[in-house]
Write a protein that binds this ligand. Structure first.
Ligand SMILES: NC(=O)c1ccc[n+]([C@@H]2O[C@H](COP(=O)([O-])OP(=O)(O)OC[C@H]3O[C@@H](n4cnc5c(N)ncnc54)[C@H](OP(=O)(O)O)[C@@H]3O)[C@@H](O)[C@H]2O)c1
Length: 156
């Protein structure tokens, strides 16, 4: 059984991943904004019970990430997979996109995954990282070369 955390799991690909992983028998932690429609996640709790935990997190608010780590820690001492799924995609063209939207997209899509990974690092280091059975490093350092990143990619 894998212990998996998925951000933005209330809809779209995140919800589909959570559904699939629960059906496989994995232990799933889903984060979503407190304001999000959680109906589909509640239905999954109805079906899979304690295999699913729903944790509030707006990934733009770094302060909430430590709370997520503590909440996970209350259930388990490690995480095997982290799926940084929460994200935004603008439909604007280059001709019309606004600077504020670019900053927001960068904060959500680029900075938040790094900060959340940092907050969860102690849990991830206690997880069963598949790459630890190879010569690849279990976690890639910030600023790693393309080659280092390629070596760390594990295919199932
Ligand atoms: N679908 C594609 O073809 C495609 C292609 C390339 C990349 N992607 C990326 O793959 C990921 C999932 O795609 P999708 O199609 O499932 O997207 P989606 O349906 O738009 O869902 C995005 C998810 O991210 C959450 N989210 C956005 N901003 C957030 C924030 N500040 N804090 C917490 N959660 C936040 C949303 O929560 P709310 O419900 O609260 O808004 C929602 O759960 C996204 O990162 C997307 O950019 C998707």
């Amino acid at each position: 059984m894998k212990r998996v955390l998925i951000t933005g799991g209330n809809r779209g690909l995140g919800l589909a991943l959570a559904t699939q992983l629960l059906a496989e028998g994995q232990r799933v932690f889903v984060t979503c904004r407190a304001t999000a429609d959680q109906q589909a996640l509640q239905a999954l709790i109805g079906r899979y019970g304690a295999a699913l935990s729903i944790l509030p997190l707006d990934v733009q608010e770094a302060a909430g990430m430590a709370e997520v780590a503590s909440a996970v820690r209350a259930h388990t001492n490690g995480l095997d997979w982290l799926i940084n799924n929460a994200g935004v995609m603008s439909n604007d063209s280059l001709a019309t996109v606004q600077e504020a939207d670019l900053h927001q997209a960068f904060a959500i899509n680029a900075i938040a995954p790094l900060l959340l990974t940092q907050a969860l690092l102690p849990l991830l280091q206690e997880g069963t990282n598949p790459s630890s059975s190879t010569s690849a490093p279990p976690l890639v350092r910030l600023g790693a070369s393309k080659q280092e990143c390629r070596s760390a990619i594990v295919t199932p």
